[in-house]
Structure formats: C-alpha cells, structure tokens
Design a protein around this ligand. Sequence first.
Ligand SMILES: CC(C)(COP(=O)(O)OP(=O)(O)OC[C@H]1O[C@@H](n2cnc3c(N)ncnc32)[C@H](O)[C@@H]1OP(=O)(O)O)[C@@H](O)C(=O)NCCC(=O)NCCS
Length: 143
Amino acid sequence: MIVPMKEDHVAQVAALEKRCFSDPWSEASIAEELRNPLSTWLVNEEDGIVTGYIGAQSVPPEADVMNLAVAPDCRRRGVGAKLLCTMAELLHSRGIVTLFLEVRPSNAAAIALYERYGFAQVGRRPKYYVNPPEDALILRKEL
Ligand SMILES: CC(C)(COP(=O)(O)OP(=O)(O)OC[C@H]1O[C@@H](n2cnc3c(N)ncnc32)[C@H](O)[C@@H]1OP(=O)(O)O)[C@@H](O)C(=O)NCCC(=O)NCCS
C-alpha cells in the first residue's frame, strides 16, 4: 500500500537507502527533507515494512524526483512503477506539469523503468554523482 511518508518511516527508509545506493542520503537528511514544505515523499508498505519509497521536490509548475528505490528482494513486482505513477498523479493534481529526474547512465534498470513510463532524455550533467563519479542523464516527462 502506498502512503505518505511519516517521521516513523524515516529509519526504515534510511536503511533501504543504504542498501540501494553507493552514495546514500543520511537518516538526518531524509528527516530534514521530509519537513521541507516543497517535498513530497511516499512509501510502499507491506505488513508494516517499507519496501520502497520515492521523494520529489516541487517548484511549480515543475518537480524533480530526488530518490526512488525498492528493496532488492521486492523488485520486478511493479512497486517502483506504482511509486513513480502515484507520485506523478499526485503532483499533477497539485499543478505540476513537468517532472524531471537524474539517473546514472550505468543504471539500466532505472532507465528502463523511466523510459517505459514516458521519460525521455533532455540533457546530461557532467560528473554529477560521486562514489563512484559519473555523469547524470537528465530525463523529463510532461504530465
Ligand atoms: C529502479 C528500481 C526502483 C525499479 O524498481 P522495481 O520495483 O523493480 O520496478 P518495477 O517492478 O516497477 O519495473 C517496472 C518496469 O521497469 C523496467 N525494469 C525495472 N527493472 C528492470 C531491470 N532490472 N531490467 C530491465 N528492465 C527493468 C521493466 O520494464 C519493468 O517491467 P516488467 O517487470 O514488466 O518487465 C529498482 O531497481 C531499484 O530500487 N534500484 C536501485 C535504486 C535505484 O537505482 N533507483 C533509481 C535511482 S535514479
């Protein structure tokens, strides 16, 4: 079930973030970003366990997806797509018309997901990522 992220989800989200990324956000950064009025966070909960999450920051009429991850043992069950589509619908209902995100060119799984749901590459940010250093592809979808 997809629900808005609350403060008591933060520890589980931070633990998942650590398992899913080589340069994870800290628990403190996630908690701080959850309090940011420009941010929207959703989690997918299964029997009280967070199996995926997504965060986006809005500057109307645009928004940027900051994080999306699904627990390794819960992948390829549609959770990532459900999080992405639910976020897109929610942001659209609040007047967001363009959604951006950044992705590592080496992240074939995420790129496949984004392309399947209508994102297209519009640019590239050199050396955007650290640990390991890598460019970012900038993807955009009109909602
Ligand atoms: C990217 C990620 C969120 C996808 O989550 P997921 O729940 O496994 O994705 P879904 O099951 O909703 O996949 C939907 C579609 O996306 C594509 N897709 C997803 N993972 C894929 C993979 N490993 N290889 C190829 N296509 C893939 C497929 O088209 C898939 O549909 P299908 O399963 O019917 O073929 C997940 O792999 C993840 O958490 N990765 C690590 C963190 C990360 O890289 N986040 C993105 C940062 S930009």
